[in-house]
Design a protein around this ligand. Structure first.
Ligand SMILES: C[S@@+](CC[C@H](N)C(=O)[O-])C[C@H]1O[C@@H](n2cnc3c(N)ncnc32)[C@H](O)[C@@H]1O
Length: 386
């Protein structure tokens, strides 16, 4: 009875859009060897809403997306038979199904600790990403006290939402562990750091540890105060140089509009820690511009300053993308929305993937053609023992 009640609650929450996540723990002797937990989350695919099963083995993860019927059938195979504990989190209730050693199930439930209202509006997808009534948005000067986006903050609001759409798509292909460790390097005033934390905890159902790294102490203090007031326990900011930041673990690296080679420092840290997801929006590109001595047919056109500047941007980010590929990342380069800080709006995203064995040869050819002695990211990767 408790098992079928648990499964009914699971099915009902999934059907009504209130399912946040489900965790299976305490594997018994019949569980697959090395399998520690299974994390379930809703995942929106082209074919509709599925349940993502993230099987966490001692040294690797495996993800399978199942439709609701297959998901229920799979849970029936796992509950009690292989796992002695299951927790189901919905927007309004938490269920706990526990099996004694003799196999007797017990089901408990209580109101959700951070009850979130289910999505009801017709534009459900957008609503799901960020609630404009979130108090932190007001504290950061994006919304009014009534939760309306201020006229002066419309661009910022669009940027935040676009950013979360990108994050949502990345998580669909590359799920993060429940307790993901995330660094936002060069977090500035923290809009995007707060948005990421809010989305991951309140919409994606994770319990991440997100840290903003920022040189300017004033901004760090402001962001820490705002995080505390928002009750965002897993969000913190430290005043440090990205060059000196040495996290123990890094599952996701963010570096948005960090200046010039700060982006390279951040990318190198992400690669060194084998972060599963890397998101960077480069800012200025001075290093390569100074290093360029073009020796190919583009030389005459690059005598025009603006064209040389654009070429330097292309080379800086193109070589970054190739270096990521050479390190085992599937990489994309595309246009992000422009911001008030900069007209530079290229975004590079990278997720764990196969190594591109020919990428380094391509980098070497580009460097030769444009007379570039060194690309800072390549130098960092060469000098680190990753
Ligand atoms: C243009 S702001 C971008 C802020 C935020 N990421 C965004 O996109 O809205 C860049 C921030 O990176 C910080 N920064 C630059 N170099 C840094 C470094 N080496 N270590 C830590 N922070 C750095 C700057 O102080 C600045 O606040």
């Amino acid at each position: 009875m408790p098992v079928s009640q648990f499964l009914s609650a699971f099915r009902a929450a999934f059907g009504s859009g209130q399912f946040l996540k489900c965790t299976l723990s305490k594997p018994n002797a019949r569980a697959e060897s090395d399998l520690k937990n299974v994390y379930l989350r809703p995942v929106s695919l082209k074919k509709g809403l599925f349940v993502a099963f993230n099987y966490r083995y001692r040294t690797r993860d495996e993800v399978k997306n199942l439709d609701i019927e297959a998901a229920i059938a799979r849970l029936e195979q796992l509950l009690g038979a292989q796992f002695l504990n299951a927790e189901l989190f919905t927007t309004d209730r938490q269920y706990s199904l526990q099996f004694s050693r003799s196999g007797t199930p017990h089901l408990g439930s209580k109101a959700a600790e951070n009850a979130a209202a289910p999505d009801t509006a017709h534009d459900r997808r957008k609503n799901r990403l960020l609630d404009p009534a979130a108090p932190w948005l007001h504290r950061l000067g994006i919304t009014s006290a009534k939760g309306e986006v201020l006229a002066a903050a419309q661009d910022k609001w669009r940027q935040i939402n676009k950013y979360l759409e990108i994050i949502e798509a990345l998580l669909r292909s590359t799920p993060l562990p429940d307790d993901a460790h995330i660094a936002d390097m060069g977090s500035g005033k923290g809009y995007l750091t707060f948005a990421l934390y809010d989305y991951l905890t309140n919409r994606a159902g994770l319990q991440p540890r997100v840290q903003g790294i920022e040189l300017r102490q004033k901004l760090v203090d402001f962001c820490n105060d705002a995080a505390q007031q928002a009750g965002f326990e897993g969000l913190s900011f430290i005043s440090a140089d990205i060059a000196d930041y040495r996290p123990d673990r890094l599952d996701m690296l963010i570096a948005l509009h960090a200046c010039d080679t700060a982006t390279d420092l951040a990318l190198a840290a992400g690669i060194r820690h084998q972060a599963r997801i890397i998101v960077a929006a480069p800012c200025c590109h001075k290093q390569i511009r100074k290093a360029m001595h073009t020796r190919n047919e583009l030389a005459p056109v690059l005598a025009f300053g603006i064209l040389e500047e654009r070429q330097a941007e292309i080379l800086t980010d193109g070589i970054r993308a190739l270096l990521l590929e050479s390190e085992g990342y599937k990489t994309r380069v595309f246009e992000f929305v422009s911001t008030e800080h900069t007209a530079k709006n290229v975004m590079i995203t990278a997720v764990s993937g196969p190594r591109n064995e020919s990428a380094l040869e391509k980098v070497a050819a580009l460097k030769a053609g444009f007379g570039i002695e060194e690309h800072y990211l390549e130098k960092l990767l060469d000098s680190s023992d990753h």
